[in-house]
Design a protein around this ligand. Structure first.
Ligand code: SF4
Length: 261
């Protein structure tokens, strides 16, 4: 899967120069990318001949340069760009494309925050690159400090699936926070007080907060049903991305796929 309109509420398209991954922490338990990759493998999609085993797609490295319409692009929704088996040279080529495609915004999200921090000095952090880390509970807040050491112009947190309290997190140098519960069969509960705790810190620190969904199965309570204390929280860090969200809410952007972290 190289690109498509995305069903992720807070992005527009996906670009997957690498696919496949392996699990690193509890947040990976019901990895959506794994489920999708296995499904695509079973349907003989040639990109997924390896299933969910890490696979590099060199021929997709420059694809966003051909997309002329400015877009918000989620990078590697089907993998983790800082996976230990993705060579530095390959990651540099991903950055090279992002550096050249200045008309797009690229969102990169990882759970391999230590590798991200250690390699960060190797890349050119043009302002169109948003770098984030996933944190699912209080055991993984160390990833925030790793992200704070990265010289990206826009740093964000994805607290999804939120499966425990993250406590009193430090949002210094963080420009955007996404929260959400887990959905699908077997999903773990997301307590409203955990969401409220994050919401309140975002308000105190004046950081935009995007509550994607409350979680649950079979009704995951997303979109207009994702109410926290009587209202939706769907704030984006800049004007263009906020416009995209507003368009999605009005049904002007068709959603077709989902993402992972
Ligand atoms: S893609 Fe993300 S959620 Fe899935 S196994 Fe890799 S790190 Fe975990």
């Amino acid at each position: 899967m190289s690109s498509t309109n995305s069903g992720i509420d807070w992005t527009e398209s996906t670009w997957n120069p690498a696919t496949g991954c392996n699990k690193v922490s509890q947040g990976c338990k019901f990895c959506y990318a794994e489920t999708m990759a296995k499904r695509l493998h079973a349907s003989k999609n040639p990109r997924y001949y390896n299933g969910f085993t890490l696979t590099l797609h060199d021929d997709l490295l420059t694809v966003p340069l051909k997309w002329k319409k400015p877009s918000v692009i989620f990078v590697n929704s089907m993998s983790d760009l800082f996976h230990e088996d993705i060579p530095l040279d390959f990651i540099k080529r991903v950055f090279d494309t992002m550096n050249k495609a200045t008309w797009h915004r690229f969102q990169v999200l990882t759970k391999r925050s230590e590798r991200l921090m250690n390699l960060a000095g190797e890349f050119n952090w043009t302002p169109n690159i948003w770098q984030g880390v996933s944190v699912e509970d209080g055991n993984n807040t160390f990833r925030i400090a790793h992200l704070q050491a990265v010289p990206a112009k826009l740093r964000f947190l994805s607290l999804e699936p939120l499966i425990g309290s993250v406590g009193d997190i430090d949002l210094t140098g963080i420009h955007w926070v996404i929260t959400g519960g887990e959905s699908g069969p077997g999903c773990r509960p997301c307590k409203v007080e955990w969401l409220r705790e994050v919401r309140d810190i975002c308000i105190q620190r004046n950081v935009p907060h995007f509550l994607k969904q409350l979680g649950g199965f079979p009704n995951k309570r997303a979109h207009e049903q994702a109410l926290l204390d009587g209202r939706c929280w769907r704030e984006m860090p800049d004007e263009l991305s906020q416009r995209i969200i507003n368009k999605k809410e009005k049904g002007e952007i068709v959603e077709s796929t989902l993402f992972n972290s």
